[in-house]
Design a binder for this molecule. Structure first.
Ligand SMILES: Cc1cc2nc3c(=O)[nH]c(=O)nc-3n(C[C@H](O)[C@H](O)[C@H](O)COP(=O)(O)O)c2cc1C
Length: 219
């Protein structure tokens, strides 16, 4: 596996939803999990854990739960695009087709990483602001992103998914995740069926970054 530079890895880390069932070797999986463990967290508490799901029956149940949610999401998403420009509809249709593939083959994915978090030990500095709180996630998702980047470096396809969080109670029961841990993401990983990672489409920096004050052009 040729080494990949960090910038190239970040710039090509697209969602890969068509995965081969071939197993992921333990040493590869270990490097991915170790990369996750290097992520920062508030107070270095690391209020996350990951359940590495390889058991066929458990993956099959996760797949049933996931597919039900995916197909509902996908139908709603397409309905919202009624009358949208053709290029956007076509792009979305391609994404949804890949999503259908993942949903229908979830059980065949060799590994699903289910990330859990403990809200009781997280530093949540925006909890009392009267709006949706996001800071807690900053102690969890950097670990998920590190795992995704490590997958990219290992030639593994992967995608961050959150639809299973809608049925947290069933997932917790299935994986014996104790109170008060919640679920933050499920990441199916496996070797890609097609090209795998590649070019991504994102807003330009000029639209995302400001100089000193909101709205001031960065460059
Ligand atoms: C918070 C979050 C939740 C997501 N949930 C799902 C999901 O449940 N299922 C899925 O197929 N993709 C999911 N994605 C992947 C996004 O759809 C994907 O990153 C985005 O469309 C950009 O696609 P690209 O990385 O291929 O360019 C999620 C991504 C994020 C960051």
């Amino acid at each position: 596996m040729p080494e990949i530079g960090l910038y190239e890895a970040m710039g090509t880390l697209r969602a890969v939803r068509r995965l081969r069932p071939d197993p992921v070797p333990d040493d590869v999986l270990r490097r991915v999990l170790e990369a996750a463990s290097w992520a920062p967290s508030g107070g270095n508490v690391q209020p996350w854990r990951v359940v590495v799901v390889r058991d066929a029956e458990k993956k099959a149940r996760l797949g049933e739960l996931y597919a039900a949610r995916w197909h509902a999401y996908s139908a709603q998403h397409m309905a919202q695009l009624e009358g949208a420009p053709d290029a956007l509809r076509e792009r979305t249709q391609r994404m949804l087709a890949a999503g259908d593939h993942l949903a229908d083959h979830f059980a065949e994915t060799p590994v699903v990483l289910v990330f859990a978090f403990n809200p009781k030990i997280m530093a949540i500095t925006d909890a009392k602001l009267g709006r949706i709180s996001v800071v807690g996630g900053a102690s969890i998702y950097p670990a998920v992103q590190n795992a995704l980047l490590a997958c990219r470096a290992e030639g593994l396809g992967c995608v961050l998914t959150t639809l299973l969080c809608e049925c947290e109670a069933e997932v917790r029961a299935l994986l014996a995740i104790p109170e008060p841990w919640g679920t933050a993401a499920a990441v199916p990983i496996g070797y890609p069926r097609l090209r795998g990672h590649g070019p991504i489409s994102r807003r330009p920096v000029a639209k995302l970054a400001f100089a000193d004050a909101w709205g001031e052009a960065w460059e």
